[in-house]
Design a protein around this ligand. Structure first.
Ligand code: NAD
Length: 346
């Protein structure tokens, strides 16, 4: 490597990240990383969570998710993703950020790229994988609650996976669900907007939550037998869904345990939820719910997964930095090979 290359890093704006991701198999990358994680070949520190209020009183936050993968394709780095709840009203995406890739030997950052596209893609690729692994074989109807960036990316990927499925979508802000349906109509995909959250759950074999709520609203009574809930936004289901799920799948229990903001972390703190190998303290009161497995443990055959077709399944993917970092490293490798992006001095 020349001195000049040592003093530069590769920068990829969103358009280049989109172009490179189209060449990669992201579901495969997510699968390999989850198995590496389940088999102990990753380092996954806790998320750093920085909340604040904007000058006009909106909630804003910055999340930093570092991670390292030590499997067949080692990858190191960190994602920083920020958001303001006022952004959609300004016509801006709610979330934006940057992902760094580190060089294993020198430890210097070697790449910097737009984070939101990879974040949305890796999250929907995770949902596709959980649907392949945990949902009924032919989901007739799929519900998506929350019609922002993540909701749209989920409809896109799940429609590729299940071309025969009917999509029903709901958003708390009037007009967003019909607008999403309209964007898919242009592609010839039938997506039906509904005006109540319950209508995006009724009769659905897969329910995906991609909202920004911090107040649960989805009770177990709304779910059909055998439904899979992909609880991407982490605060939508009510505790009875957690207690009564036939199978409770989480990633990653360590991250969830360390978090006191979202539902499962709060349930752990109140003694209602325990990790896979944790024993309940003796005493009166109802027994806590115990987490069954991670998706990686099911993929690697360490846990059998769903045991009966009528079992409901709750999948709660906290969002692991190792997934972003593994994909960002693959994007960096492809971009370097094909001369995509620009070199910036450091
Ligand atoms: P966004 O702001 O673009 O879209 C969210 C949408 O949800 C908005 O249209 C909003 O009106 C709607 N909404 C809010 N509360 C609602 C409610 N109670 N019922 C119905 N609709 C509601 O956000 P986004 O970028 O699409 O992200 C969606 C969520 O996904 C966020 O909570 C984000 O933190 C989460 N996320 C999770 C992961 C993960 O790995 N688990 C990864 C990325 C994003």
């Amino acid at each position: 490597m020349s001195d000049e290359q040592l003093d530069t890093l590769r920068y990829l704006p969103r358009r280049d990240v989109v172009r490179v991701c189209a060449e990669l198999d992201l579901v495969d990358s997510v699968t390999r990383t989850l198995i590496d994680h389940a088999e102990g070949r990753t380092t996954l520190p806790e998320e750093a969570y920085l909340p604040w209020e904007t000058s006009d009183g909106a909630f804003a936050r910055s999340l930093t998710l570092p991670g390292a993968v030590w499997g067949e394709r080692p990858a190191l780095g960190a994602k920083v993703i920020n958001s303001s709840l006022a952004n959609p009203g300004r016509g801006l995406p709610r979330a934006q950020g940057l992902t760094l890739v580190f060089d294993r030997e020198r430890a210097h950052p070697v790449a910097l790229m737009e984070a939101a596209y990879i974040s949305a893609l890796r999250t929907s690729a995770y949902t596709v994988l959980s649907a392949r692994t945990l949902a009924v074989a032919e989901p007739g109807r799929i519900g998506v609650i929350g019609c922002g960036a993540l909701g749209e990316q989920h409809v896109r990927l799940l429609a590729e996976e299940y071309p025969g499925a009917e999509f029903v979508v709901f958003d708390a802000v009037e007009g967003r669900a019909p607008a999403l349906a309209g964007r898919f109509a242009a592609d010839g995909l039938a997506v039906r907007p509904v005006s109540r959250a319950r209508d995006a759950v009724d009769g659905c074999a897969i329910v995906v939550t991609t909202t920004t709520t911090t107040t649960g609203y989805l009770p177990e009574a709304w779910l059909s037998p055998g439904a899979l809930v992909a609880h991407v936004s982490l605060d939508d289901v009510l505790p009875d869904v957690v207690h009564r799920a036939g199978l409770l799948v989480v990633d990653d229990w360590g991250l969830i345990k360390a978090d006191d903001r979202r539902l499962l972390g709060r349930m752990y703190r109140s003694g209602e939820l325990l990790g896979p190998d944790e024993a309940a303290p003796p005493g009166p009161g109802p027994a806590p719910r115990v987490v069954d497995a991670s998706l990686g443990e099911i993929l690697s055959g360490r846990h059998p997964g769903r045991r009966a077709p009528e079992q409901t399944v709750l999948s709660n993917p906290f969002g692991m930095g190792v997934l972003d970092v593994a994909i960002a490293a693959a994007v960096h490798e492809y971009a370097t090979l094909h001369g995509i992006g620009m070199r910036l001095p450091v």
